[in-house]
Design a protein around this ligand. Sequence first.
Ligand SMILES: Nc1ncnc2c1ncn2[C@@H]1O[C@H](COP(=O)(O)OP(=O)(O)OP(=O)(O)O)[C@@H](O)[C@H]1O
Length: 259
Amino acid sequence: MKPAATTTLSARGIVNRFGKQLIHNKLNLDIKRGEIIGIAGGSGSGKSVLLKTLIGLHQPDGGDVLLDGMAIRAISAHDRAFAFGVLFQQGALFSSLSVADNIMLPMREHTTLQADDREQIAAMKLALTGLGADNGIKFPSALSGGMVKRAAFARALALDPQILFLDEPSSDLDPIAAAGIDALIQQLNRSLGITAVIVTHDLTTLLTICDRIAVLVDQSLTIDTANQLRKSKHPWIHDFFHGPRAEGAMTARKVSHGN
Ligand SMILES: Nc1ncnc2c1ncn2[C@@H]1O[C@H](COP(=O)(O)OP(=O)(O)OP(=O)(O)O)[C@@H](O)[C@H]1O
């Protein structure tokens, strides 16, 4: 059990709508420093829109997102780049740039680091994500799906962010590669104390590495530990945590946690 932590990112009364479609109805979320929090919910429930809102890429129709008490709309894109590292769903690497150049891009945009230092840092980030510095010269088209995720991970870590956001980090990966990504998130959280926010459908990720889970249902969030959410009487939450896939993931959790 981790010690009680302070809130780092706070969403207050978030409203998002597209035309007549209400996506978020005054939802609240407090992300604690150093936690791994999962965001789950049905397809189209608004998880990606929520993630974009949290990092300031989408301006909500109502409510505010605060980073350490400051409204993120008042924080410059430059400062946000240091606060948030983002791994987008498909990796979103630039295909015309090598892996190392992809990782160095945020450093070129947001720091005055010299080329030698940028290269050294890129090699370090590649090593940190288990990809190996020798993969830096490759282009994204030469990487497997798991390697793309790790390269995108290395880029998300380029500026040593305070909070790492991951949109479906293990989607399209085989179970072994997916477990490797989970282990990497956990390792970064334990060794660097990084806060991680993971949007995922992957029950194994949710049940084995997340301290808390925020479930997006009925345009709002229900947030708790997996054990408490498994007791929920809400039909969607109950079915999500008690379906055959959830029972398999619970078995994996018992093996890794012992409970
Ligand atoms: N820019 C946009 N304009 C109009 N509608 C949008 C826009 N972005 C998202 N939506 C709608 O908002 C809803 C939520 O989308 P979102 O991508 O956040 O869902 P999600 O929970 O991430 O889904 P999935 O799990 O399938 O990725 C969807 O109905 C989507 O069509």
